[in-house]
Design a protein around this ligand. Structure first.
Ligand SMILES: [Zn+2]
Length: 188
């Protein structure tokens, strides 16, 4: 499978709005391979030389529907700092992940969000939950994992899981008030 900026499905294609189905467990070799290829894409996309050579757009996550595969598979690689200010890399290859709890407190990226499937910029805050707990089998551990995500990782996971229901980030932007004041929100 070749994954690059030409093969990734864009929002001009109605297929990006398709709902994704859960995959069978334990994971088939085919589904594991999809996860591995998505991981390779995200990893390589942030290497400027490889990205230039292979026509990759930098990303922190990708979901299978963006490859034309309507399955609940996603991969994220997020560099962030933990509560103590230490640099940390979160890497997940997830099957059927779901949000099992979320905070009342909200968070959003000050510069807005982007997406491999969206070519144009859409200005506005994408207001999401500041913290989410996500559960699902992961390929790296091959068993159910629980991710207690906050900050940037929480935003990225919510963005990727939205793809399972055909939701794109700009669906969350209030066109009449794209930069709302959100009480008590974490601004990232
Ligand atoms: Zn996206």
């Amino acid at each position: 499978m070749i994954i690059n900026n030409d093969t990734i499905i864009k929002d001009t294609d109605p297929f990006i709005r398709e709902k994704s189905a859960p995959v069978a467990l334990p994971l088939s070799e085919e589904d594991k391979q999809i996860l591995r290829e998505m991981y390779t894409y995200v990893k390589n996309s942030t290497d400027p030389e490889i990205a230039e050579r292979d026509n990759l757009r930098p990303a922190v996550g990708i979901s299978a529907i963006q490859l034309g595969i309507p399955k609940r598979l996603t991969t994220v690689i997020v560099h962030d700092t933990d509560k103590n200010g230490n640099e940390v890399t979160y890497e997940y290859m997830l099957a059927n992940p779901r949000i099992v709890s979320r905070s009342l407190q909200k968070a959003y990226l000050e510069s807005g969000e982007g997406c491999l499937s969206v070519a144009e910029e859409h200005e506005g805050y994408v207001v999401r939950s500041a913290r989410v707990t996500v559960q699902g089998p992961g390929l790296l551990t091959d068993q159910k994992i629980t991710i207690r995500a906050r900050g940037y990782l929480a935003i990225v996971l919510q963005h990727e899981l939205d793809h399972f229901s055909g939701t794109l980030f700009y669906d969350h932007i209030n066109a009449g008030n794209p930069f709302p004041k959100v009480a008590d929100a974490v601004v990232i």
